[in-house]
Design a binder for this molecule. Structure first.
Ligand code: CA
Length: 231
C-alpha cells in the first residue's frame, strides 16, 4: 500500500490546469485543482498537499500572496511550491523565490520538463515521497513490502506502529503533536484519545529499539514526537 503524493494545482487557465491534472494523474499523483488564490488556500488547508504548482497571475489573490500565506501557515510551511510564470518576468522569479517558492517554471512549458522539475523538487525536499523506501540512520522502511529493518534485521510492527513510523520518517526532525499524529495516522474522523498515541509510540519503540542503545524516536516534552537520527 503506497501513499501517492498529493499535488495541488493552482491555475485559472482551465486548459492548462486540465492538461497538468491529466499528466500528473498518469504519473501516479493524486491531484486537486484550484482556479483562484482563495480556493487554493482553502484546498491547501483541507487537502494538505505534498506539492503545490502555483500560477503567478491568479484572480482574487495573486500567486505570490498565496505562496507567502502557505509559507506562514504551520501545516504548509515546508510544502514544496513550484511557481509558473510568463516568460520575461524575471523580477517575478526573484520575488517568487524570495517568498519561498522552491522552483519556478516559465510558461509556455514543455510538459516533460515540468514533470521532471516536479520530480526533482519532490526528491530534494521530501525524499520519502519519491521512493517506496525510506531510510534514515540504520532504519529502513519499505512501503511496497510493508517491512521495516533496523541494522539489516527485520523489525516486526503492527499496522498502526508501521503507519506511525512511516509518517514520522517522512518528515525527519520535524516535531508532531499527538493531535497531528492522530489526524495523520488514525484519521480525523476517528475519535481516539491523545494518550493512545503514547501507547503506540511505546510499542513502536520497544520493537524498533530491541537490542539497540539509540532511540530514534524523540519525545519533545509538551510538544510531541519526532523521528531524529541526528541525536
Ligand atoms: Ca493565470
Amino acid at each position: 500500500m503506497q501513499m501517492n503524493p498529493h499535488v495541488l494545482i493552482v491555475e485559472d487557465e482551465e486548459p492548462i490546469a486540465q492538461l497538468l491534472k491529466y499528466n500528473l494523474e498518469k504519473e501516479g499523483y493524486r491531484v486537486s485543482v484550484a482556479g483562484d488564490g482563495e480556493e487554493a488556500l482553502l484546498l491547501a488547508d483541507e487537502g494538505k498537499p505534498d506539492l503545490v504548482v502555483l500560477d503567478w497571475m491568479l484572480p482574487k489573490l495573486a500567486g505570490i500572496e498565496v505562496c507567502r500565506r502557505l509559507r506562514s501557515a504551520r501545516d504548509s510551511r515546508n510544502t514544496p511550491i513550484v511557481m509558473l510564470t510568463a516568460r520575461g518576468e524575471e523580477g517575478d522569479r526573484i520575488r517568487g523565490l524570495d517568498t519561498g517558492a522552491d522552483d519556478y517554471v516559465v510558461k509556455p512549458f514543455q510538459m516533460s520538463e515540468l514533470l521532471a522539475r516536479l520530480r526533482a523538487v519532490m526528491r530534494r525536499i521530501r525524499p520519502a515521497l519519491a521512493d517506496d523506501k525510506i531510510a534514515a540512520g540504520d532504519v529502513t522502511l519499505d512501503r511496497g513490502s510493508h517491512r521495516v529493518k533496523r541494522a539489516g534485521k527485520d523489525v516486526h510492527l503492527g499496522p498502526t506502529e508501521f503507519r506511525l513510523l512511516e509518517y514520522l520518517m517522512q518528515h525527519p526532525g520535524r516535531v508532531f503533536s499527538r493531535e497531528q499524529l492522530l489526524d495523520a495516522v488514525w484519521g480525523s474522523e476517528v475519535y481516539v484519545e491523545a494518550r493512545t498515541v503514547d501507547v503506540h509510540i511505546g510499542r513502536l519503540r520497544r520493537a524498533l529499539n530491541a537490542g539497540h542503545d539509540f532511540d530514534p524516536i524523540r519525545t519533545v516534552r509538551s510538544a510531541g514526537y519526532s523521528f531524529d537520527v541526528d541525536g
